[in-house]
Design a protein around this ligand. Structure first.
Ligand code: AMP
Length: 380
């Protein structure tokens, strides 16, 4: 039984973190009449630009975090690398959804993989590496090639190194940050997919169809919905995702990233306890976006209908697109089935996520062609 009182429009929602995920959350929340407060160490942020209140404080300033949480009806986050103490401080002053416990697991690869494997979920073979001396033994056990990943604060392929032979050990240890790491077997996958799902405090579960993801240099480049996988694999991915959200008692949105192997079997790569870059296309292609689902879940409202209007493809716009000056927005704006999303970031550094394009079309293949063509038209 769900006895939790819903948090109604007009209430203030607190967001820890201030990037593009918070920005799109804030847009969804404001559309439904909520107020949004954001806290992060930065100023004039993607979230702050559209929030009602932007608080500028380090996550370690627990007094500021408590004051922030006291001014809102619920706290959520858009950035999982918030320190555990920050989530705990917020939890003393307001409900935090998803809970600090979910954050604690998902922000640390080793804890996450240990939780997943101990719960019986399929994960890549892995071994903890606590110091460089442990690397040769771990490599012998896991086999080479393998990937060394920092245990904490990793995202977008950062803090990772592909080890091919023993000569790579030193460079790998340094690249992984010279601290606790996880050695993972290299997966010979057919493709990568993600399932973005939402769960309410009463246990209502909503999900999108698996989305197919292609990466470039460890960063998401292209997402495709629905993923081009057999129905059986799609169903299994959704069932695993449902079980992960249940097991963690997630209240909010969580994305499970999978490798699909050539035989159709699935391995979980990682969890993101928040809306995910691959789910950005839901803003244009689905009746309820991943950000509105997050809002509904953390406010104890029923989830929205997830119906998809059309096959969709999303291409990220990294700072590299600005390499030769201002992109040609007029050319891209002229393409009728493509939507432009920009995050309000002023400094287009190479590799920095500045925005994305989404194309809707009659088939997945056409959506891919159109979104890639639209991206090219920005720099032609
Ligand atoms: P991650 O930050 O762990 O999600 O890794 C970024 C990307 O690197 C993934 O989306 C994959 O494309 C690739 N990758 C990560 N781990 C593995 C693995 N064990 N085997 C093969 N590719 C991987």
């Amino acid at each position: 039984m769900n006895c939790v009182r819903p948090i109604l429009p007009g209430s203030a929602i607190g967001v820890l973190g201030s990037g593009q995920l918070g920005r799109m959350f804030a847009i969804a929340a404001r559309r439904m009449g909520y107020r949004v407060h954001t806290l992060s160490p930065d100023e004039d942020t993607p979230t702050g630009q559209v929030a009602d209140v932007e608080v500028n404080a380090p996550y370690e300033d627990l007094d500021a975090v408590c004051k922030f949480a006291s001014g809102v009806s619920v706290v959520t986050f858009e950035f999982e690398n918030v320190p555990a103490e920050t989530a705990a401080a917020a939890e003393r002053c307001a409900p935090v959804r998803p809970s600090g416990h979910v954050l604690h697991i998902a922000q640390h690869r080793l804890r996450e993989k240990t939780f997943l494997s101990e719960s019986g979920f399929p994960v890549t073979r892995f071994k903890r590496v606590g110091c460089p001396q442990e690397l040769p033994e771990a490599a012998a056990e896991i086999g080479l090639p393998a990937i060394l990943k920092s245990a904490d604060f990793g995202y977008d392929g950062k803090g990772q190194f592909r080890i091919h032979n023993a000569e790579d050990f030193e460079a790998a240890w340094q690249a992984a940050g010279g601290r606790e790491a996880v050695l993972e077997a290299m997966v010979d996958f057919d493709r990568e997919i993600s399932v973005v799902a939402a769960r309410t405090i009463g246990g209502e579960f909503g999900h999108y169809a698996p989305i197919e993801n292609q990466h470039a240099n460890g960063i998401l480049d292209l997402s495709i919905s629905p993923a081009r996988i057999p129905e059986r694999v799609a169903k299994e991915a959704v069932e695993i995702t449902r079980a992960v959200l249940e097991k963690l008692s997630v209240v909010g949105v969580l994305c499970v990233e999978f490798f699909v192997r050539k035989d159709g079997s699935l391995l979980i790569n990682e969890l993101a306890p928040r809306p995910h870059n691959s789910g950005h296309l839901t803003v244009d292609s689905n009746l309820t976006s991943q950000f509105e689902q997050q809002l509904r879940a953390v406010c104890a409202l029923p989830l929205g209908g997830g119906a998809r209007f059309a096959p969709a493809a999303m291409a990220n716009l990294l700072g590299d697109v600005w390499a030769n000056g201002e992109p040609d927005w007029v050319a891209t704006a002229a393409i009728p089935n493509v939507k432009i999303h920009l995050y309000g970031k002023l400094d287009p550094r190479p590799g920095r996520k500045m925005g994305h394009l989404t194309a809707l079309s009659t088939s997945v293949d056409d959506a891919i062609t159109d979104v890639l063509c639209a991206r090219r038209s920005l720099t032609r």
